[in-house]
Ligand binder design. Structure first.
Ligand code: SF4
Length: 266
């Protein structure tokens, strides 16, 4: 197990990135360029220098797979605790592979996926699903729960705005659900990008066709601004989606699909 993984952070005791208490590993590198991305330091697949408050630093470092497993297993005791609710709440804590796009490193991560599975640790992946199908299939052998985004469902907009191919995304959705994998859909609701009537209707149709365990509507936010500044880049100022709009969207999803839906504000 001598592969090296490019990561930017190992965040312990996370309560928002999957069931229970989780350790979140942020993998660096993503094929998309969502204009609202809150993690600009996780996009380039190489370490990047930055300057923050006048002090230089580097985003990202390579960690051997074995060392990464040792690091996340330090929190093993927390992973074993289960919640007392139903569905997602009843699942144990564990490790969440996040990013960036963790699945782009799926082949190098495989020994870690396998080691954690053998140790009985619950694993989630947060993914855009804009990844080669073989990386997804590899991860599906080990991952217990997928947090998959629904961003834009118009092929042209995907290509020009996100730099991704809708066909690849839809094929991966089909693969995941065809295999009966547990999925939570995360839907970033971003003014002028994903909030149009047409995109919302398309998202509802997708949810109806592929009912997940849950839908999470994610409200736009500007939390990544200092990281953009540290990289010498100017972020978008996002502030047009209201709470009322999100509640109406949530009601539309529930009414049309019957799927449990939550509004998540970060
Ligand atoms: S998929 Fe996620 S990490 Fe990649 S650009 Fe979009 S928001 Fe950022």
């Amino acid at each position: 197990m001598d592969e090296r993984i490019l990561i930017t952070n190992i965040q312990r005791f996370s309560l928002h990135d999957g069931p229970g208490i989780r350790t979140n590993v942020f993998c660096k590198g993503c094929g998309l360029r969502c204009p609202w991305c809150a993690n600009p330091e996780n996009l380039e697949p190489r370490p990047e220098d930055y300057v923050k408050d006048g002090l230089p630093g580097t985003y990202g470092w390579y960690i051997p797979c074995e060392e990464l497993v040792r690091e996340v297993m330090k929190d093993e005791l927390f992973y074993r605790q289960r919640g007392r609710g139903e569905d997602l709440d009843a699942l144990p804590g564990g490790v969440t592979w996040s990013g960036g796009e963790a699945l782009l490193q799926a082949d190098r991560l495989e020994p870690a996926f396998r080691a954690l599975k053998e140790a009985g640790i619950h694993q989630c992946v947060e993914t855009s699903l804009f990844v080669p199908g073989n990386r997804l299939q590899l991860a599906m052998k080990y991952i217990d729960l997928f947090y998959a985004d629904i961003k834009m469902l118009d092929g042209e907009r995907c290509r020009t705005v996100l730099h991704g191919e809708l066909e690849q995304y839809l094929e991966n959705v089909k693969t995941l659900f065809g295999a009966g994998k547990p999925v939570v859909f995360r839907v970033p609701v971003i003014g002028s990008f994903t909030d149009s009537e047409a995109n919302r209707q398309a998202a509802i149709e997708l949810i109806k066709k592929y009912p997940p365990m849950k839908v999470e509507l994610i409200k736009e936010h500007n939390l990544g601004q200092s990281k953009y500044a540290s990289l010498g880049r100017t972020p978008l100022d996002l502030h047009t989606v209201t709470d009322e709009f999100l509640e109406r969207y949530k009601e539309d999803i529930v009414m049309n699909t019957g799927v449990l839906t939550e509004v998540c504000k970060i």
